[in-house]
Design a protein around this ligand. Structure first.
Ligand SMILES: [Zn+2]
Length: 73
């Protein structure tokens, strides 16, 4: 699923990372993709890293932590 250039809605839980511009289905999924130590090497996971850790995009195009539970992120 390719979503680059597409405008997705953000809201109460769904959000877009201002650093990597990816869309997330929940705050927990958003938090999950941020790795490293605060103030040291805090950064976003790459798409490859997210996929490698079991994250995936749901049908709507938002990243979720586990596709099997994407309703809850
Ligand atoms: Zn990010």
């Amino acid at each position: 699923m390719q979503t680059s250039g597409a405008k997705l809605k953000v809201g109460k839980n769904r959000n877009q990372c201002q650093a990597c511009k990816q869309y997330f289905n929940s705050n927990s999924a958003f938090t999950y993709h941020r790795i490293g130590e605060h103030g040291v090497d805090r950064r976003c996971m790459t798409v490859e890293e997210m996929l490698g850790r079991g994250m995936d995009k749901n049908q709507a195009g938002y990243w979720v932590k586990d596709k099997g539970t994407f309703k809850h992120g």
